[in-house]
Design a protein around this ligand. Structure first.
Ligand code: NAD
Length: 512
């Protein structure tokens, strides 16, 4: 019987999983090859992949735009540039990050050495979304590869970029099956999970994230979830009006709002609300969007692309209708362009927190505005969300902006900019609450694909450690004395040395 996505994944038969299991078998063999490469060799592959992408930029952008309806500039800056910056960071950082790390060993363990090793986890399953299809495949797969893993990528069925990754891997001579791409929908993803990868890296919606975590829990597979957001922008009254307005418009409408960290709600100080709204409208009304998909793909002079997945339009319309029915006002935009998937960039005023648009991720070109009067009030408004991905704070007073950034319940904050933390690959990226957990990018991102192994190294000698058997009253009293001299706030070094020698002597007594 054919399965569908709503079936209980634990009911997959071994026949259902035959194809997926084959993919895993190949990945397990390939993983040994990847692990056997030196870090330098892995970085060389990364650099070759980077060169391939830079050399084939225009052809790649053609295919990305065809499948997503992005503008060429969005594809350039969000996919190609992001890959370049990712590679630039890890080409320099990986060797140090994966080197054995010496850590402190307490003086009570004198003579021993402590280290952390970064070993591969094994086979990683990366399940990726449609909004930044190339970058979202490239980034986890290459980070996992650098850490010595094999990866299976399950791209979104909406933007599979069929053949792109295979060609890159072949042209760059990657070890066979080190990175495999498996096309299909959620059911395909679910079957791959059933084959028990060593880790799942998931980027996508909250609902799917919950399903994946539930399935993974049954087999205790570690998961990392990069989910949606409902990012606030907080604008104080001491800003440069023009720069901030330009930043807000871009932050809300880039990629037609289909970005996990795009501005989904903006809180504007009451002193500047009217003048900022005027500036926002002036800029937004000048944005250019094409009349058909063909134009968008061939021309670099457009600002907004189309809504990639038609079902997303239902969500956008539902959020807008709900807001309007509860008293919101359209300041500009608000319509789908006839016979197309272009939704006008839309600014809304009069919004409140009982509207879906302020609570849920719309993933569309909306900029809802709300007034605030003081710092505490705006922090509470920004934190009134089940999500916690990113935020932006705009103020000339950097002390205030930093203070507010500290209090925001999000994984990322940009100050006087927007969506910029993810632009710097040295910074870890990820969310809290319904935006998921775990971190990608930066040192944490590489470590997240490693078995972070703690190792303590002692010498082979004849001495029996004093805390080993037998446990005696004398040892108990000596150890108590030792602790009292060492772990108290004021350390008594001479007494500690005497007690230490006594403890060692007790151990020596047990010499074999
Ligand atoms: P989605 O959850 O619909 O799908 C994501 C992937 O999961 C796809 O490959 C899909 O085929 C697969 N999938 C669906 N059901 C599955 C199941 N039961 N088992 C296994 N795999 C399954 O997400 P989407 O619509 O492709 O992407 C948009 C969402 O992604 C938005 O919510 C956005 O905020 C989020 N996103 C988050 C980040 C981040 O870094 N936090 C980045 C980009 C996008």
């Amino acid at each position: 019987m054919n399965k569908n996505l709503n079936d209980d994944p634990s009911t997959f038969s071994s026949e259902d999983l035959l194809d997926s299991q084959l993919i895993f078998n190949k990945a397990s063999i390939a993983q040994k090859v990847v692990e056997g490469l030196s870090i330098k060799q892995r970085i060389d592959f990364l650099l070759r992949a980077n060169d391939y992408i830079m050399n084939n930029q225009e052809a790649l952008i053609d295919q990305i735009c065809k499948e997503t309806g992005k503008t060429r500039f969005d594809a350039l800056s969000n996919e190609i540039f992001s890959i370049g910056d990712f590679v630039d960071y890890y080409r320099k950082a990986t060797t140090n990050l994966l080197a054995d790390r010496k850590v402190q060993t307490s003086i009570v363990m004198m003579g021993k050495k402590s280290k952390v090793f970064f070993s591969p986890l094994g086979v990683i399953l990366a399940i990726t979304p449609w909004n930044y299809p190339l970058y979202q495949m490239f980034m986890p797969a290459m980070t996992a590869f650098l850490a010595g893993n094999a990866t299976i990528i399950k791209p979104s069925e909406h933007t599979p970029l069929k053949g792109v990754f295979e060609q890159l891997l072949e042209k760059c001579g990657f070890p066979e099956d080190a990175i495999q791409i498996v096309y299909g929908n959620g059911l395909t993803g679910s079957k791959l999970i059933a084959c028990r990868p060593d880790k799942i890296h998931f980027t996508g919606s909250v609902n799917t994230g919950k399903k994946i975590m539930a399935q993974a829990a049954k087999q205790l597979i570690p998961v990392e979830l990069e989910l949606g957001g409902n990012d606030p922008a907080i604008v104080f009254d001491d800003i440069n009006l023009s720069r901030t307005a330009n930043g807000l418009v871009w932050g809300a409408f880039t990629n037609a709002g289909q970005s996990c960290t795009s501005i989904e709600r903006a809180y504007i100080h009451e002193n500047i609300y009217d003048s900022l709204l005027e500036e926002l409208l002036r800029i937004t009304n000048k944005l250019r969007f094409p009349s058909n998909a063909q134009d968008c793909n061939s021309n670099t002079e457009f600002d907004l692309g189309y809504i990639t997945v038609s079902s997303q339009l239902n969500i956008i319309n539902e959020h807008l209708e709900d807001a309007l029915s509860k008293g919101a006002k359209i300041e500009c935009g608000g319509k789908l362009i006839e016979n197309s998937q272009y939704f006008e960039p839309t600014i809304l005023s009069g919004v409140t927190h009982d509207m879906i648009i302020m609570q849920e991720e719309s993933f569309g070109p909306f900029l809802p505005l709300m007034k605030f009067s003081n710092e505490n009030q705006v922090i509470n408004l920004a934190n009134d969300s089940k999500y916690g991905l990113s935020a932006s704070v705009w103020s000339k007073d950097l002390n205030r902006a930093t203070r507010v950034a500290r209090k925001l319940k999000t994984g990322n904050v940009s100050i006087n900019n927007v969506m910029l933390t993810e632009g710097n690959h040295a910074l870890p990226f990820g969310g809290i609450n319904d935006s998921g957990f775990g971190r990608i990018k930066g040192s944490y991102g590489l470590e997240s694909f490693c078995n972070v192994k703690s190792v303590i190294i002692d010498k082979q000698s004849k001495i029996i450690d004093p805390h080993w058997y037998p446990q005696t009253k004398t040892k108990y009293n000596t150890m108590t004395d030792l602790m009292q001299t060492f772990f108290m706030k004021t350390k008594k070094w001479i007494k500690f040395a005497i007690k230490g020698m006594k403890m060692d002597a007790l151990g020596n007594k047990e010499k074999i």
